[in-house]
Design a protein around this ligand. Sequence first.
Ligand SMILES: NC(=O)c1ccc[n+]([C@@H]2O[C@H](COP(=O)([O-])OP(=O)(O)OC[C@H]3O[C@@H](n4cnc5c(N)ncnc54)[C@H](O)[C@@H]3O)[C@@H](O)[C@H]2O)c1
Ligand SMILES: O=CCS(=O)(=O)O
Length: 455
Amino acid sequence: MADYQIINPYNGEQIEAYDFHTREQVAQAVDTLVAGRKNQQSTPAFERSNILLKLAQLLQDRKDDLARLITEETGKTISDSRVEIDRAYNTALASAMEARAINGEALDSDAYPPMREKVGVVLWKPLGTVLCITPFNFPINIAVHKIGPAFAAGNTILFKPGPQNKRSAGLLVELCYEAGMDKSVLQMLIPDIEATSFAVSHPQIQAINFTGGTAAANAIAANAGYKKMLFELGGNDPLIVMPDADLDAAVKATINQRFATAGQRCTAAKRLFVHSEVFDAFAEKLVIATAKLKVGDPAEDDTFVGPLIHTAAADEVENRIESAVKAGARVLFGHQRQGNILWPTILDNVADDAEIVAEETFGPVVPLRKFDDENELIALINNSPFGLQAGVFTQNLALAKRLYNQLDVGLLAVNDGPGFRAEHFPFGGVKESGIGKEGVRYAIREMSYQKTLVI
Ligand SMILES: NC(=O)c1ccc[n+]([C@@H]2O[C@H](COP(=O)([O-])OP(=O)(O)OC[C@H]3O[C@@H](n4cnc5c(N)ncnc54)[C@H](O)[C@@H]3O)[C@@H](O)[C@H]2O)c1
Ligand SMILES: O=CCS(=O)(=O)O
């Protein structure tokens, strides 16, 4: 029996079964990538930029194939999968643009005594070989967010996708080769956890660029030693609705940023804080709009909510809903299940310490929390181990500035939800949401070091 089976989360059919790569194959790939550093050193920035530009074009050309693979493997709706490829196109394009713009700086030694009459020329240099580890939920765009900047910076790359994503990630790597990346510069492997840990601790891996959950991040951090780490982890992101909010816009953002991808997104609007003055009106509008969403086969163009990634994930979210309900939460909509599909569910009166709001819940559930006081709101939001992003619907700029200053997050979106992301903006949170910044220009710097020449 093979080590791993890729199961279609919607219909339960086996797509493929395969064996994980071994520790020996990891060692071999690292040797190849160490040898490939020479290749990267002799590839000028403009050529790396051209390769990334070609990759962007290929992503566009193969959009339908990639989107179909994502939908089959993950159950993400086909419309969402297409959006992911459009985003990946932007990520590759931004990587191409930034590859030409990795500028350093010049410093005058005489800014401080004694007078030395020297100039420091500071340039960004590649770290060497970067291990990129990605999660199941955005298998192409998150991978391009890692491969694009690491390649632009001049590194060689060992890419380890989620085991469910072998086929979509495999096609992405083929496109990288077709665009001109050498096999000595990019290798993809899917080893088991033990052999992945071997890669993490390998002395010839200089950096780990990881997106995923806290448990895996803790294991990687414990194992990595003195390596550069860029960690994009979980979130429990709030969306705030104030009395002066455009309620229709807030409802739209809630639906797009909580029910799309069946809620399995790090920046999903996982906690809804609605001011008591507009609570009932907002809840009613949200229920009416949610009832119109098509739930079911992710391969159909108009489906909005498909299945969760696997049965254990659907069980976990369903159990959290049930225990919240047992503790007094009211179901305003949903709470039905068919296979791995959970209907978009809206809850009211959820206890603040219920698992469904206290933990990161990766599913299509909106817990509505009424509030009156701004200070109470800030304390409630900050009382979380996570701090990824936040969104507020309000016309009050002064309030928005206060929230910006006081919330422990990496980004606050005004009149948008926490799921806002532009691929070239800095991206990454505080606390257990991660360390370092993605976003193409920032990730390039994370995947580089500063080297100074004094003349
Ligand atoms: N902040 C972000 O940008 C972002 C984006 C997407 C997902 N996420 C987070 O990812 C999680 C969901 O994705 P997932 O279930 O694929 O996450 P996961 O942590 O289970 O797996 C992510 C990747 O890490 C690998 N992995 C697991 N254990 C490992 C270990 N001990 N050592 C090395 N590698 C290991 C997996 O095989 C996979 O490739 C959620 O917590 C979500 O919030 C964060
Ligand atoms: O899981 C989240 C990744 S993104 O869509 O916010 O980039």
